[in-house]
Design a protein around this ligand. Structure first.
Ligand SMILES: Cc1ncc(COP(=O)(O)O)c(C=O)c1O
Length: 399
């Protein structure tokens, strides 16, 4: 950089807010930038379904456009969509929410997360999160003025966040427990028993729970327990969900937040001035997804499950011990045998064998020693990646 360039960079730096300066760029994005410069890569780095949105859902959006639905909707979202969601939550979890006041349609689960945090946090309030966890949790908490408090999870406990590990980290400033399950990056699913213990803490210490259940429908051989369905938790939970993963709709940017009307009203106060509403064509597509998308979910889950089994066995066979994830579409094998950090492992693997995985450290300190491998990619890619990774592990295996 020349002297002029560096002094210009310094000047621009002073315009950037301290909050933004305090958050680091996503380790996942950093890795994708590296990836874009490499060729013939088999990628297990993907965090989105490899399926295209089912045709009937796309058709519903096209039809709504043809009929001229191109306007803003209510800030809360189309009432028909909220009514469908209310039916869905009743059917799957026996939960009864008022579509008029307790359901908000958001621009992806991402917006729901941001709104939930900004609507509730005062400067310095602490938010409990699992380590490792989804890359957006910590930055979103900081941007909302809060303080993330990481609770370590480990392979020994199948990466479950345990109430007994949360309790010693509670302080007078703790306001929220933010959990996400099935988990990105580990694929861990919370048992009802463990969730009940967290609910007990929430009751005892009067904490709000934000439960990110975007992967709720992608579970294999286990049942998903919705946090809000636990005794007494409906009033104390902001439930976040979305269409991105369940219906292969990442590009549509549509999700929802469900909670007591006071929380929803507070979130709408931000949403009305920032997003106004989620895109109307995406809302039309989401109505169709809820009405007739069950068989699509079934088909995709069956396919993910097949790939999951191949990947878990394959990782264990090549010397990357891998606990069995029961949800989402990620495996989180240990790379201990290779004797390098997860970032070194991922970079070397990409350069030498052209396989992309995400370093576990991108998801928190406790992710170190692991890599995230997605099976949202065809079986042939998984098999090829395993072959290349096997070669790589053999080369670097600690004797
Ligand atoms: C745990 C988790 N929450 C939220 C999101 C964001 O999803 P959306 O596309 O609905 O904004 C993701 C995306 O990867 C995720 O993994």
């Amino acid at each position: 950089m020349s002297d002029i360039q560096s002094s210009l960079a310094k000047t621009f730096d002073s315009f950037i807010s301290q909050k933004v300066n305090s958050i680091s760029p996503s380790g996942v994005r950093k890795f994708f930038e590296l990836l874009s410069s490499a060729e013939e890569v088999v990628s297990l780095g993907i965090g989105e379904p490899d399926f295209v949105t089912p045709w009937h859902i796309r058709e519903a959006a096209t039809r709504s456009l043809q009929q001229g639905y191109t306007m803003y909707t209510s800030n809360y979202g189309l009432i028909e969509l909220r009514e469908e969601l209310a039916k869905y939550l009743e059917l799957h979890y026996g939960l009864s929410y008022d579509p008029q006041s307790e359901i908000l349609i958001t621009v992806g689960t991402s917006e729901g997360l941001d709104l939930a945090l900004r609507a509730t946090l005062n400067p310095g309030d602490e938010v409990i999160i699992p380590d490792p966890c989804y890359v957006a949790y910590s930055p979103c908490i900081i941007l909302a003025g809060g303080v993330p408090v990481m609770v370590p999870t480990s392979r020994e406990n199948d990466f479950i966040i345990k109430a007994s590990d949360i309790e010693p980290r509670l302080t007078k400033r703790t306001k929220i427990i933010l959990i996400g399950y099935p988990s990105n990056p580990t694929g861990a699913v919370m048992s009802k028993e463990e969730l009940n213990k967290i609910a007990e803490l929430a009751r005892q210490y009067d904490l709000l729970v934000i439960s990110d259940e975007i992967y709720a429908r992608l579970v294999y051989g286990v049942e998903h327990t919705c946090f809000a369905s636990l005794p007494g938790m409906k009033e104390q939970t902001i439930l976040l969900g979305g269409f991105s993963k369940t219906y292969a709709m990442t590009g549509w940017r549509i999700g929802y937040a469900v909670a007591n009307s006071q929380f929803i009203e507070a979130m709408v106060r931000i949403h009305q001035y920032t997003m106004l509403c989620a895109p109307i064509m995406a809302q039309a597509a989401a109505i169709e997804a809820l009405k007739s998308g069950e068989s699509d979910i079934e088909m995709m889950v069956k396919e993910y499950d097949k790939r999951r089994r191949v990947m878990v066995k394959g990782m264990n066979d090549i010397g990357l011990p891998c606990f069995e994830p029961k949800g989402a579409f990620y495996t989180f094998p240990s790379i201990e045998n290779a004797g390098m950090t997860s970032e070194e492992f991922s970079e070397k693997l990409l350069m030498e064998e052209k396989v992309a995985v995400i370093p576990g450290s991108a998801f928190g300190q406790c992710g170190e020693g692991f890599v995230r491998c997605s099976y949202a990619t065809p079986l042939t890619n998984i098999q090829e990646a395993l072959k290349r990774m096997g070669r790589f592990v053999n080369k670097y295996r600690k004797s």
